[in-house]
Design a protein around this ligand. Structure first.
Ligand code: GRF
Length: 194
C-alpha cells in the first residue's frame, strides 16, 4: 500500500475528497497517511481533525531558508514512511530538497488546462479572459510554476452565463471526480516503479 501525504495551504476540499474516496473504497493502492500544511489557520486542518487524519503544520517563518523548511518536511515524511506526495492547493513552489527526495513522486492539480493560465490565479485569469473552454490538469511537479509533465487533462466548456462562483464550482466538480481516480490509476500503473 502506497502511503500518501497531501499538502494543502487553504480550504482543503480536494484533500477531504481524496480521503473520503479512499475511505469509501472508490480508490485502491494507497492510503492517505497525513496532511502537511504551511498555514496555521488552513481550513484543511479542521477537515483533517474531522476525518481523523494526522496533520503537521510546518511554519515557513521558523526557517531561514526554503531548503531548511523542506528538510523539516522531509524528516516528517520519512518518519511517517510516506512514499508519494499529492499537492492540493499547496501554495509554495517545491524546491530541490523535496524534489530530490521524491523524484517523480509529487503530483499537483491545477484548475486550468495547462499551459493555459498557470499560477496562483488560474481560475480567475481564465474567467476574466472570457475563454470558451477551460479545464483541469493533473501533472508531475518540477521546480517551475505548473510546468511539470502532464498526466491527465480534462476540458470544460464554459457557459457564458456563469458568474465567477459558478465557473469555479464547475472546475471543482471535475477536480473532485478526477483526482482520486487518476491517483489510483497512476499508482497502480507504477506499482513496481515507485
Ligand atoms: C484547487 O482548485 C486546485 O486546483 C488548486 O487549488 C485549489 C485548492 O482547493 N491547486 P481546495 O483547497 O482543495 O479546496
Amino acid at each position: 500500500m502506497v502511503k500518501i501525504a497531501i499538502f494543502a495551504s487553504g480550504n482543503g476540499s480536494n484533500f477531504q475528497r481524496i480521503v473520503e474516496a479512499q475511505q469509501n473504497n472508490e480508490t485502491s493502492g494507497f492510503i492517505v497517511t497525513l496532511l502537511i500544511t504551511d498555514k496555521k489557520d488552513a481550513y484543511a486542518i479542521e477537515r483533517a481533525k474531522k476525518l481523523g487524519i494526522k496533520y503537521y503544520f510546518v511554519d515557513f517563518k521558523s526557517f531561514s531558508t526554503k531548503s531548511l523548511f523542506e528538510n523539516e518536511i522531509v524528516k516528517i515524511l520519512k518518519s511517517e514512511k510516506v512514499d508519494f506526495i499529492v499537492l492540493a492547493g499547496y501554495m509554495r513552489i517545491i524546491s530541490a530538497t523535496l524534489l530530490n527526495e521524491y523524484p517523480k513522486k509529487i503530483i499537483n492539480i491545477h484548475p486550468s488546462y495547462l499551459p493555459e493560465f498557470p499560477g496562483r490565479n488560474g481560475i480567475e485569469d481564465a474567467y476574466k479572459s472570457g475563454v470558451e473552454k477551460t479545464g483541469v490538469t493533473i501533472h508531475y511537479v518540477d521546480s517551475g510554476i505548473d510546468t511539470g509533465e502532464i498526466i491527465y487533462q480534462e476540458r470544460i466548456a464554459v457557459n457564458k452565463k456563469w458568474n465567477l462562483e459558478e465557473f469555479e464550482r464547475e472546475i471543482h466538480k471535475v477536480e473532485y471526480r478526477i483526482y482520486p481516480y487518476i491517483l489510483t490509476k497512476i499508482l497502480n500503473e507504477r506499482k513496481n516503479n515507485l
